[in-house]
Design a protein around this ligand. Structure first.
Ligand SMILES: *[C@@H]1O[C@H](CO)[C@@H](O)[C@H](O)[C@H]1NC(C)=O
Ligand SMILES: *[C@@H]1O[C@H](CO)[C@@H](O)[C@H](O)[C@H]1NC(C)=O
Ligand SMILES: *[C@@H]1O[C@H](CO)[C@@H](O)[C@H](O)[C@H]1NC(C)=O
Ligand SMILES: *[C@@H]1O[C@H](CO)[C@@H](O)[C@H](O)[C@H]1NC(C)=O
Ligand SMILES: *[C@@H]1O[C@H](CO)[C@@H](O)[C@H](O)[C@H]1NC(C)=O
Ligand SMILES: *[C@@H]1O[C@H](CO)[C@@H](O)[C@H](O)[C@H]1NC(C)=O
Ligand SMILES: *[C@@H]1O[C@H](CO)[C@@H](O)[C@H](O)[C@H]1NC(C)=O
Ligand SMILES: *[C@@H]1O[C@H](CO)[C@@H](O)[C@H](O)[C@H]1NC(C)=O
Ligand SMILES: *[C@@H]1O[C@H](CO)[C@@H](O)[C@H](O)[C@H]1NC(C)=O
Ligand SMILES: *[C@@H]1O[C@H](CO)[C@@H](O)[C@H](O)[C@H]1NC(C)=O
Ligand SMILES: *[C@@H]1O[C@H](CO)[C@@H](O)[C@H](O)[C@H]1NC(C)=O
Ligand SMILES: *[C@@H]1O[C@H](CO)[C@@H](O)[C@H](O)[C@H]1NC(C)=O
Length: 657
């Protein structure tokens, strides 16, 4: 038998009878209850049949309410229209004749009288307002006027998440007020979360699920937390540029943000513009009602730095060797490209463009020569940003270095030398480090002519005494020194320039061309040629009487004085040669000529003896007279060096003489 009433939970008029399908005859007691047990809400009606399964001698219900007197009927009903007894324990009894003299047997009907809570409430214990992160709080759930407490569960929730469940072991059947608490630790994630507690009566699997849920919204206050991902602990600011720092902080209530600049100035803004003039230490301060937080930011002003130096070398360099210069550029991180220009004495000698970050500093190979001694090298860098803003050019310091070189010169700076005199050459070794033994060798035309080892510092430059002769004109002298060098080759030879010497000497008159005595025949002018060797080239002049004629060739005749002088002079000196001109009054050649002509004419024209003889003699004189002026006017005067006619006549005359 099933008695079931359904009604809405909130109407509080609900009655539920739990009916067990397996309810049946008691083994000892031959009765059957229509329900094995009964759950009924306080004040509701209840009815349970007790049916005898055997012949009996009377049966009935015993209960505080709804008692049924002993009767002979075989189905009796315990029925209460308004159950108001919390601890009711009804039982059905029967008297039957199976075993006479035994007491009547009875079957108990378990009855649960329940009452849903009048109210459920949730609250903080001794706290009001928002929670502070990290602190512990107690939540309290008050369930009022509920029975029986044994089947009550208090379930705690955060949002949809079940946190804990509390059951009670009290045996009391009458309604009670129950309080349960839950300890929570406030977390910022729980800000705005819904905490709830639920009072639930466990009325069995098929029963209704009467729940009473209450909840509250938690507010969690927490101290500011500065977002460190957007706020570095060191900020690098390039000189002349600005960087914006943003300080953001989480917090409840929303934090106030301010910046403290070196403890002097305070800026009430999230954003701080940092420049060269910003103090080194800035603090971001985030505060709210809970607490305050600070974060320190170090401001590092980045100043670009450029310098020039040798790679693996310091001090002076050796002429002709290779050296590497490097331009070291630091602190240029924010720039993309660096244009590097190399200077030597205000002249750009090389350019480079490099990318940042710089892995290899720009280098320049130089081979210093003598002119580089104390030359100034430097480099200049121009930093190129991505945008239009470039950094001003920066220059390194000047790299000054001395060049070790050797040079040759005359001790008393003479341009040229005079044959036969003594001169001193010196070998000047420049910029060599002290306390070194320097071997020096002297060369003349690829031949070592002297060697010496000197010690630095050099008090007396090595010297070489020479006495040049004419043959040394244009000879080359130089000197060579061995210097200590870096690297596997311990010594390096350096040579001076070649000194070309010019040897000057006094004129030497060529005597083979100019004999000391020259005969001259009347009527037969001659040419004397005076040549002379000398350095510088000599000036030739003839001294004839009181006159000096500046010419190499001199015409002489019977009118020429007895002594003429050829003078050859240059800056070194002068040489004079005296020539004696001997006049020869010799008509022999003339007579011989006349005889020869006469004989010729006699033999050719025999017939004309007298008149033609006279005429022939007259013509012969004329032809001789014609020959003289033509020779004088023409070849001899203007070109005495090679005149066939006078030469022929001279040789003729010398043969005849
Ligand atoms: C009890 O028995 C009576 C009569 O025999 C019947 O009318 C009634 O429905 C039964 N009640 C239950 C709850 O079984
Ligand atoms: C609540 O506060 C009162 C007074 O401040 C104190 O007496 C009581 O013990 C506190 N209760 C709890 C549970 O902290
Ligand atoms: C849940 O309740 C049990 C019993 O009351 C208690 O021991 C346990 O600490 C509680 N858990 C939480 C998270 O409150
Ligand atoms: C439960 O609390 C209510 C209200 O505070 C009170 O009236 C009632 O008497 C209490 N009941 C018990 C059993 O303490
Ligand atoms: C910090 O700021 C960045 C950028 O705004 C953001 O992505 C990140 O979630 C923030 N971190 C915290 C812990 O708030
Ligand atoms: C935040 O700043 C405002 C205005 O500057 C001020 O009124 C308020 O009191 C500050 N709050 C805190 C927690 O410092
Ligand atoms: C410079 O010296 C270092 C170590 O002394 C060496 O590793 C490097 O190769 C040298 N560089 C040059 C260019 O000689
Ligand atoms: C190089 O010489 C210049 C001019 O003589 C001088 O101003 C500069 O300081 C020198 N540099 C160094 C590194 O000595
Ligand atoms: C060089 O000149 C100096 C002074 O001018 C003189 O004393 C010296 O003797 C000269 N040396 C030679 C080799 O002419
Ligand atoms: C230099 O002179 C020394 C003797 O004075 C000689 O032994 C040496 O071989 C010479 N060296 C050269 C390179 O001529
Ligand atoms: C010396 O003469 C050589 C060859 O004639 C020439 O090459 C060299 O330049 C000259 N040296 C000087 C310093 O004039
Ligand atoms: C003198 O002149 C002759 C003829 O030109 C020449 O052969 C000779 O070499 C010259 N002598 C000298 C010393 O120059």
């Amino acid at each position: 038998m099933l008695f079931l009433t359904t009604s809405d939970w909130r109407s509080f008029g609900f009655c539920f009878l739990y009916f067990s399908l397996v309810a049946g005859t008691q083994a000892e007691c031959p009765v059957q209850l229509s329900q094995k047990s009964v759950v009924v809400e306080y004040g509701d009606s209840v009815a349970v049949n007790c049916t005898a399964t055997v012949q009996h001698d009377g049966m009935g219900w015993e209960a505080d309410e709804g008692r049924v007197e002993k009767t002979s009927a075989s189905v009796i009903t315990w029925s209460v229209p308004n159950l108001r007894e919390w601890e009711i324990q009804p039982f059905c009894y029967i008297n039957y004749v199976k075993l006479p003299n035994t007491p009547p047997c009875q079957v108990q009907l378990p009855v649960t009288v329940y009452k849903t809570p009048d109210s459920v409430s949730i609250s903080f214990v001794n706290h009001s307002g928002p929670m502070i992160e990290g602190k512990q709080y107690e939540l309290q759930c008050d369930v009022q006027n509920v029975a029986p407490v044994q089947i009550l569960s208090v379930i705690w929730y955060k949002g949809q998440t079940r946190l804990n469940q509390t059951t009670f072991t009290d045996t009391i059947k009458t309604p009670v007020n129950k309080t349960d608490t839950l300890l929570i630790t406030a977390d910022r994630a729980d800000d705005g979360a819904q905490y709830g507690c639920e009072a639930k009566l466990d009325l069995g699997a098929e029963g209704p699920q009467p729940v009473n849920l209450k909840s509250l919204i938690s507010t969690v206050h927490f101290k500011p937390i500065i977002n460190e991902t957007i706020l570095p602990s060191i900020v690098t600011v390039f000189r002349g540029y600005q960087v914006e720092l943003v300080c953001e902080a989480e917090g409840n209530p929303k934090p106030n943000i301010s910046w403290s600049l070196g403890g002097v100035e305070t800026v009430y803004n999230k954003v701080l513009t940092v420049s060269e003039s910003t103090p080194e230490d800035v603090l971001c301060n985030a505060s709210n009602s809970v607490d305050w937080t600070t974060k320190q930011v170090k401001v590092s002003i980045q100043v670009p730095d450029i310098s020039i130096s040798f790679v693996n070398h310091t001090g002076s360099v050796i002429v002709g060797k290779n050296y590497e210069l490097q331009c070291i550029i630091n602190n240029v991180a924010p720039f993309k490209n660096v244009s590097v220009r190399w200077y030597k004495q205000n002249q750009i000698i090389h350019t480079d463009t490099i990318k940042t970050p710089i892995s290899n500093m720009p280098k320049l190979l130089i081979e210093p020569n003598r002119a580089d001694d104390r030359a100034q090298y430097w480099c200049e860098a121009e930093l190129e940003a991505e945008g239009p803003k470039n950094y001003p050019k920066m220059s390194s310091g000047h790299l000054n270095f001395t060049v070790q070189y050797i040079s040759i010169s005359f001790v008393n700076d003479t341009g040229s030398v005079i044959a036969g005199k003594n001169y001193e050459l010196q070998c000047i070794i420049n910029n060599v480090a002290p306390s070194k033994n320097v071997p020096v060798r002297w060369y003349k035309q690829n031949q070592i002519i002297s060697n010496v080892t000197i010690k630095t510092p050099i008090s007396n430059m090595p010297k070489l005494l020479i006495e040049p002769n004419r043959a040394d004109d244009r000879a080359q002298y130089w000197c060579e020194a061995e210097l200590e060098a870096e690297g596997p080759q311990n010594y390096i030879k350096i040579s001076s320039e070649h000194l070309n010497i010019t040897v000057q000497f006094k004129p030497i008159i060529n005597e083979t061309k100019l004999p000391s005595t020259v005969p001259v025949f009347r009527g037969y002018p001659e040419v004397l040629t005076c040549t002379a060797e000398g350095n510088p080239k000599p000036t030739i002049s003839w001294i004839v009487g009181a006159k000096e004629i500046f010419t190499e060739s001199l015409n002489i005749s019977e009118l020429t004085p007895e002594n003429v002088y050829c003078n050859a002079s240059n800056s070194v000196g002068s040489t004079t040669r005296q020539i004696e001109v001997v006049l020869k009054e010799d008509y022999l050649p003339l007579i011989a000529g006349l005889i020869a002509v006469t004989v010729a004419f006699i033999s050719v024209i025999f017939v004309f003896i007298f008149s033609i003889y006279y005429k022939t003699a007259k013509m012969g004189r004329y032809s001789l007279k014609d020959a003289k002026p033509s020779a004088q006017n023409g070849n001899i005067a203007q070109n005495g060096k090679h005149n066939p006619i006078p030469m022929k006549k001279l040789s003729q005359s010398s043969i005849l003489a």
